[in-house]
Design a binder for this molecule. Structure first.
Ligand code: SF4
Ligand code: SF4
Length: 408
């Protein structure tokens, strides 16, 4: 007697994938063109055809434990070549979106970040908290929410550093605890679909993945979409640069190693003209200027990179693929954080507090929006992808070397 295999298909899961941009998944007739054209698909058990089959059957457990979804870097080649217009690249993007919403803790936050109807409420929280910080600094003087200042001004006279840092540190501890919880649940859920033992330990795999991410190796292999490669590269390195520059400034403000930077860092021309390396104060000022320029450069990279990615998505013909709400929200927030950050620097150099203070207010709202909702937004994909790629490396799952593959 033949074995009977029971398939548990989840209709709600299919609906959720369709809402996230995978609405064409049922068009797939499993020709495997997508798996053949994908440069990143491994020889064995190629993707994304098998994910198309699992998705159309509603096999939620298979897909949520499938690390292969992180091998895809969204070049769209498969969607362009699909003879049925089933848009496998969008389906993979929808699955990834579902993954970080599904494993998020608490789960309702994942739902909130996935729908535009919750956006006003999500914005309201940082608006209220930042307004309270302004009022604390201004001694609860409601008439002085945006104080009028003529001439040079400092942002800490608008919002004091202490409350900002208190909120930043407390919020981040909480968010990182939730984030770690979500990642751990995901890691425990991952399964190697190939019947083979591990070929590397966790640390060896981690090191290899870090090198690949720094070199953007997999993005480079997607030769069809250079705009996306460059845009992502700019955001990636701009973000690393911004984290380093912000970290140095926060360390300085908290005085962890003694004051390493001067309080004021607006001395560009004088510093470069008469710099004395034997004078410790000038060395500090020069280092301060260097950190500031480094931060500005990082901001520019993020602004340009995110704009490239946004325009690419808007210019994509609908039949080739779309963008889901989460992706666009994330890109706009990232762009907004970097753009308002650069404007804040510019308004301060121009001594324009009337524009500087409101811009700083918006900047802080966007910064907190990005950080506090990190585990539930597209931001989280950075770490989910990192974990997925480590897992795959541990089992020796690599992209194919020659143009051959095995379908399952
Ligand atoms: S998604 Fe398109 S290319 Fe891939 S198997 Fe289905 S019909 Fe073929
Ligand atoms: S989008 Fe690119 S990387 Fe992803 S499955 Fe399609 S061809 Fe492969």
């Amino acid at each position: 007697m033949r074995d009977v295999i029971e398939i548990k298909n989840d209709i709600e899961f299919i609906k959720a994938l369709k809402q996230r941009g995978g609405e064409t998944l049922k068009k797939c007739y499993q020709c495997a063109t997508c798996s053949v054209v994908c440069d990143l698909s491994p020889t064995e058990n190629a993707f994304p055809r098998k994910e198309m089959i699992w998705a159309s059957w509603g096999l939620k457990d298979e897909l949520l434990s499938d690390p292969d979804i992180w091998l895809c870097h969204g070049c769209m080649e498969c969607s362009e070549k699909c003879p049925r217009g089933a848009r496998p690249a969008d389906l993979l993007s929808a699955i990834r979106d579902y993954v970080y919403k599904n494993f998020a803790v608490p789960k309702f936050m994942g739902t909130a970040l996935g729908s535009p109807k919750y956006l006003p409420i999500l914005l309201l929280l940082p608006i209220i908290l930042i307004s309270i910080l302004v009022l604390i600094t201004q001694n609860w003087d409601l008439n002085n929410l945006f104080p009028v200042v003529n001439g040079p001004f400092r942002y800490k006279d608008f919002i004091a550093h202490g409350p900002i840092e208190g909120l930043f540190i407390a919020g981040n501890i909480l968010i990182f605890a939730f984030t770690f919880w979500g990642y751990k649940r995901y890691w425990n859920n991952l399964k190697c679909k190939l019947n083979r033992p591990r070929v590397r330990n966790f640390w060896q795999a981690t090191w290899q993945v870090i090198i690949e991410l720094l070199l953007h190796k997999k993005f480079k292999q997607c030769t069809t979409n250079s705009t996306r490669f460059i845009g992502h590269l700019f955001i990636f390195y701009g973000f690393i640069g911004a984290v380093i520059a912000t970290g140095i400034v926060v360390i300085n403000i908290l005085n962890i190693f003694g004051q390493i930077l001067p309080e004021e860092m607006n001395l560009p021309i004088r510093m470069l003209a008469g710099f004395d390396i034997n004078n410790p104060n000038e060395v500090r000022e020069f280092f301060g200027l260097f950190v500031k320029l480094f931060g500005i450069l990082s901001g520019f990279l993020i602004v340009i990179g995110s704009l490239m990615c946004i325009l690419r998505r808007y210019n994509m013909p609908p039949e080739k693929g779309g963008s889901n709400y989460s992706d666009m929200l994330f890109l706009w927030v990232v762009w907004g954080v970097a753009f308002t950050g650069l404007l804040c620097v510019m308004f301060r150099l121009m001594h324009t507090a009337t524009l500087g203070y409101p811009t700083y207010f918006i900047h802080l709202i966007l910064v907190y929006f990005l950080l506090w909702y990190m585990p539930y937004s597209k931001f989280a994909h950075m770490v989910y992808r990192f974990l997925g790629l480590i897992f795959l490396k541990m089992y020796g799952r690599e992209e194919r070397k020659a143009n051959s593959f095995v379908l399952n």
